[in-house]
Ligand binder design. Structure first.
Ligand code: MRU
Length: 348
């Protein structure tokens, strides 16, 4: 934890294991888990104990280091085969966050540059540490760029959780809010609760309150009321995957916010490191949207809120077409009204 800012990091590499804060237990309990093997890292990602696209990517990289230690063969060929299987298992954890796939690809590239399993293992650890450090630096940079878009006295509406817990480092959407506050601007936040798993109510309010940013919680369905009332200066969210044209997958409910923002003349900003951008997909129609268990909708914190047997649907993300995005804020700069050419021009 950073004592000065009270920013809580989501994970720590201990050299032989990965220590994580269990994000499903917040804000009630600060519980830490020590993960010693690949299977427990994958399970923690699936169960959202580790969550948020950049944090998932960093955890996946360390998970591969732990998995590599479990490969018993010392032949280079067998070791490489084992690593490919580990990569495949890791990408099966969650389908939408680009950072997971990017981190796994980077980790699997490492094996091509080494001849001995012991050497590969050392290089894997170095690469995971590098991925982690790069994500921290990216959040720091994009937070500074984004803060310049936030006016004195702004009321910022955010959805889900795009703070340090979701990203490592400073956060994307919340990093920008912390940076604006550091610039001396008196900002305040309206946080959508984010049904069904309440990342906004549980995590965003927790992080902002620790950081001394005034935050008010609203239910997701109140957002239109406040946007129409003219009290919201901008909507600012993170992203899980951004396609080559700027279409953005983020937590379910984000698309509705973008349309409401446009209807009410409020800027809609997306903040993400470039590791979230997927150049292999031309537009958001091709993004694989995670479908989670119906019980997450029929139950709230373990309590049934619908008659037994009620069918429920649970897409975890939606896609906001790029025409609704006023600006994309990355560590390489701000792209206003992003499209394929503007993303290409920034060389990201
Ligand atoms: O399902 P989650 O909690 O992993 O989803 C995370 C999000 O969708 C967040 O909105 C976030 O902005 C993306 S990560 C910074």
């Amino acid at each position: 934890m950073d004592e000065g800012t009270k920013i809580m990091q989501p994970l720590w590499w201990l050299g032989h294991s990965l220590k994580v804060i269990d994000q499903t237990r917040l804000p009630g309990e600060e519980t830490y888990l020590e993960l010693h093997d690949l299977a427990s890292v994958i399970a923690a990602i699936k169960q959202l104990r580790i969550r948020g696209a950049p944090t998932i990517g960093v955890a996946a990289a360390y998970g591969i280091v732990l998995g590599a230690r479990e490969i018993s063969s010392h032949s280079r060929e067998e070791f490489q085969k084992g690593l490919d299987q580990i990569g495949q298992a890791m990408t099966g954890a969650r389908p939408t966050a680009k950072n997971l796939f990017g981190a796994v690809d980077r980790m699997l590239q490492v094996k091509c540059n080494a001849s001995e399993p012991a050497q590969i293992y050392k290089l894997l650890e170095e690469e995971a540490t590098k991925i982690h450090a790069e994500e921290i630096t990216a959040t720091e940079r994009l937070s500074r760029y984004g803060a310049d878009l936030i006016g004195e006295g702004a009321t910022i509406l955010t959805h889900c959780n795009a703070g340090p817990l979701a990203t490592t480092g400073y956060g994307t959407a919340l990093g920008i809010i912390f940076a604006a506050q550091k610039q001396g601007k008196k900002v305040k936040v309206l946080a959508c609760e984010t049904r069904p798993l309440l990342q906004g109510a549980r995590l965003t309010t927790w992080e902002l309150r620790r950081g001394g940013v005034p935050v008010t919680l609203i239910t997701d369905s109140m957002a239109g009321y406040f946007l129409h009332a003219g009290i919201v200066s901008c909507v600012l969210v993170g992203a899980d995957r951004i396609t080559a044209n700027g279409d953005t997958a983020n937590k379910i409910g984000t698309y509705s916010l973008a349309v409401l923002a446009r209807e009410n003349g409020v800027p809609f900003y997306v903040a993400a490191p470039t590791t979230t951008i997927d150049h292999s997909l031309s537009d958001g129609g091709a993004i694989n949207i995670e479908q989670r268990a119906p019980e997450e909708v029929t139950h709230c914190q373990g309590i049934a809120i619908a008659p037994p047997g009620t069918p429920a649907l649970n897409p975890a993300f939606d896609v906001t077409p790029h025409r609704y995005v006023s600006a994309l804020i990355t560590e390489k700069g701000v792209i206003r009204e992003p499209d394929t050419d503007r993303l290409r021009a920034l060389n990201i």
